[in-house]
Design a protein around this ligand. Structure first.
Ligand code: PMP
Length: 362
């Protein structure tokens, strides 16, 4: 038995889940929607679609509701752009884009990252030859966001080339206010689609519901493919999503608590001599000497699940979800044991004071 003891169950720090849970109103709505189980769900997803359109202040024709953003990645790979051209995404990112593009026979070109960052100029240059482009923003697994100028550049190039630009905004709710997002550019005329989810900040991952907001013509193409699976979004998820959207206080609370925990965790890493990448999300990328071995040892010997970002081509980092403080302390203790090499020497560490603004408990 190692000194970082295994708790009641595995610490789930591998899937960027929400440790604060969903709005109680969403749970109530879900329970009520469970009653008539013999009935099919609304294939038009009308209530959810209208609630999202109203909340996002867009036309209903600009919204599609689906079974999680996973399904939206597949639908968009099936439906959007010139299918005779490969899809393009970056290397070192969420693998769903490549997997879906490959599965539907389009092929996928991966643009290498510039260090740990999206190479915006290289992506823009690839749009000419691409059938569709996928970018993850905020980026999984680095946690980084693009600045306004770089976002502008991508949108401008999508407009010039006519290549659909799909931005996966699964983690946008965790990012600081003012972070550029697709919704800011819907008036630009560029072919844009954002993929959003109720799995992360809304804490409804088990129910499987997400949505796309974008150019009406792209949404129409998505919806045409959705007609092959009219009941893919169950009634419980539809009802919960409507109630979750109505409880923006809960969302703000999750945003605030996640930001505090991120600051605390990154401060703790520093105090133990460890670096981490800046993050606008509910996970943090932590450099380690050997990420594959670290993932395995943490799971097998400590009961701590984290994601080796090397699996996504983002080598040398663990992606750690900002879970409960207890689980994160377990992880920090375990890392001290299995990965001391990646820590800075004691005399290069910051003084043992709390980072500015970090609460002792959050
Ligand atoms: N996109 C990204 C970047 C993700 O990290 C995930 C899940 N971790 C998804 C999409 C899929 O999310 P969901 O299907 O739960 O909406």
């Amino acid at each position: 038995m190692t000194t970082a003891a295994i708790g009641a169950g595995p610490a789930r720090l591998h899937l960027s889940e929400n440790p604060y849970g969903s709005s109680p109103w969403a749970l109530k709505a879900a329970r009520e929607a469970l009653a008539p189980t013999a009935q099919y769900p609304d294939p038009a997803r009308k209530d959810a679609l209208e609630a999202i359109a109203e909340w996002a202040r867009v036309d209903r024709a600009q919204v599609a509701v689906a079974n999680g953003s996973d399904e939206l990645v597949l639908l968009s790979a099936l439906a959007l752009g010139d299918r005779d051209r490969p899809g393009v995404t970056t290397a070192g990112t969420f693998p769903g884009y490549r997997i879906c593009l490959t599965a539907v026979g389009r092929g996928c070109e991966e643009i290498p990252l510039d260090g740990i960052h999206t190479d915006v100029e290289a992506v823009a240059a690839a749009m000419d030859r691409a059938g569709v482009v996928y970018l993850c923003h905020p980026h999984n697994p680095s946690g980084a966001v693009l600045d306004r100028g770089r976002f502008d550049r991508l949108v401008e190039q999508a407009a010039v080339t006519g290549t659909p630009l799909v931005i996966d905004e699964a983690y946008l709710e965790f990012a600081p206010a003012g972070t550029p997002q697709v919704r800011d550019y819907l008036g630009s005329g560029a072919p844009l689609l954002s993929l959003r989810t109720f799995s992360k900040a809304y804490g409804l991952a088990a129910l499987r519901i997400g949505y796309a907001v974008g150019s009406a013509d792209l949404v129409a193409e998505l919806r045409a493919v959705q007609d092959t699976m009219p009941f893919s979004v169950n009634a419980v998820a539809q009802a919960a999503a409507v109630a979750a959207l109505a409880d923006q206080d809960h969302l703000e609370d999750v945003h605030r608590r996640n930001a505090l925990r991120r600051e605390w965790f990154q401060g703790e890493l520093l105090l133990r001599g460890r670096q981490s990448l800046p993050s606008a999300t509910n996970f943090v990328a932590v450099p380690v000497a050997d990420s594959a071995t670290a993932e395995r040892l943490l799971a097998e010997e400590y009961g701590i699940l984290v994601r080796d970002a090397g699996r996504f081509g983002f080598a040398g980092h663990l992606r750690v979800s900002l879970g409960s403080e207890d689980d994160l302390v377990r992880l920090l203790d375990a890392l001290d044991e299995i990965d001391p090499a990646a820590a800075l020497p004691e005399d290069a560490r910051p003084l043992r004071t709390a980072p500015a603004g970090a609460p002792s408990v959050c």
